[in-house]
Design a protein around this ligand. Structure first.
Ligand code: SF4
Length: 310
């Protein structure tokens, strides 16, 4: 199926969403922020203006075709090579998706435009909204997220808390930590205050595991993440790729093992995790990495997703 798709990608395994079928709705790299840790590199178009980025009808036509062949995924995830709420058609797109499928829709967003009512109205059509918040104070926000000059941290926090009042679906707030930049106890206390105002259903902690826009960023180790999780409250979980944090070399061997199994025959996620004696989340990590390198793709047969070498 992967060769036929123009707009959608996946389904890809995701630590937060299980199997996720994705669509990017803003071009590289249009964003309201220029985060120091961005895995896409520097923002080339720093803006807060929402725009049209092409018609949504062909996207929905493609989705219908894919659904008619039997799509197995836990979420349809709207993201972007930048900030997806900058796309003016976001609400119409979600409405269109909802007309053709019951698969839940998730949005990955940096949360900066929720002070705008039209953005909140659009996002409220989704089932799960996954915003980011890496700072509770203006100085840290500037250092970590390098926002457009018309974005400020108070707008971000009050916009998300307003959205919480209006939205009955799930809000999973991601907090990304970079050692020495947003990890001091007073900074964490301010993030906690912001979380108390936003009242998300989950708080998910991440750190710089992959290559980032600025080199030499320090990631946190698992103990440091656990300590912060305890400070941020009971709804907090760690989503950083913990196995990578512990055993970088060993992980590379395991990724090669996954690839060599798939060279022999197509396998499901369960085949790989039981074949290598690793848990499903860890197996997902290697599969996702191999997919991102363009070495493997997914195909479903009789309701099961199989992974195959390209
Ligand atoms: S908000 Fe996301 S896409 Fe935009 S700069 Fe930050 S990490 Fe990159």
């Amino acid at each position: 199926m992967s060769g036929e798709k123009k707009y959608f990608y996946g389904p890809v395994p995701s630590r937060r969403l299980g199997l996720s079928f994705g669509i990017d709705i803003v071009p590289f790299k249009v964003c309201t922020l220029d985060c120091i840790y961005c895995q896409l590199g520097k923002s080339t178009d720093l803006t807060i203006e929402r725009s049209n980025y092409g018609p949504i009808e062909p996207i929905l036509v493609e989705l219908k075709e894919i659904l008619s062949k039997g799509l197995k995924t836990e979420f349809i995830t709207i993201a972007g090579s930048g900030e997806p709420t900058l796309n003016l058609q976001l609400g119409k797109l979600i409405e269109g998706i909802k007309k053709v499928t019951d698969i839940p829709v998730a949005i990955l967003t940096n949360g900066t435009l929720f002070y705008k009512e039209d953005v909140r109205v659009d996002c409220a059509k989704a089932d799960v909204v996954i915003p980011s918040l890496d700072a509770g104070d203006a100085e840290t926000f500037q250092k970590v997220n390098r926002p457009h000059r018309d974005i400020n941290i108070e707008n971000l926090i009050s916009g998300l808390s307003e959205f919480r009042n209006e939205f009955s679906g799930q809000i999973w707030l991601e907090v990304f930590f970079v050692e020495s930049l947003n990890t001091k106890s007073d900074q964490i206390a301010k993030i906690r205050n912001a979380i108390d105002r936003i009242r998300p259903d989950k708080v998910q902690l991440n750190t710089a595991v992959r290559p980032t826009a600025e080199p030499n960023l320090k990631r946190l180790d698992i103990e440091a993440l656990r300590t912060i999780a305890a400070q941020l409250g009971p709804q907090c979980e760690i989503i950083a790729d913990v196995s990578t944090l512990h055993h970088v070399k060993y992980s590379k061997n395991k990724a090669e093992n996954v690839l060599s199994i798939l060279k022999r025959r197509p396998c499901s996620l369960n085949d790989i995790s039981s074949g290598l004696g690793i848990d499903r989340n860890e197996a997902m990590k290697y599969i996702r990495d191999l997919q991102q390198q363009g070495l493997i793709h997914s195909k479903h047969k009789d309701g099961i997703i199989f992974f195959k070498v390209n």
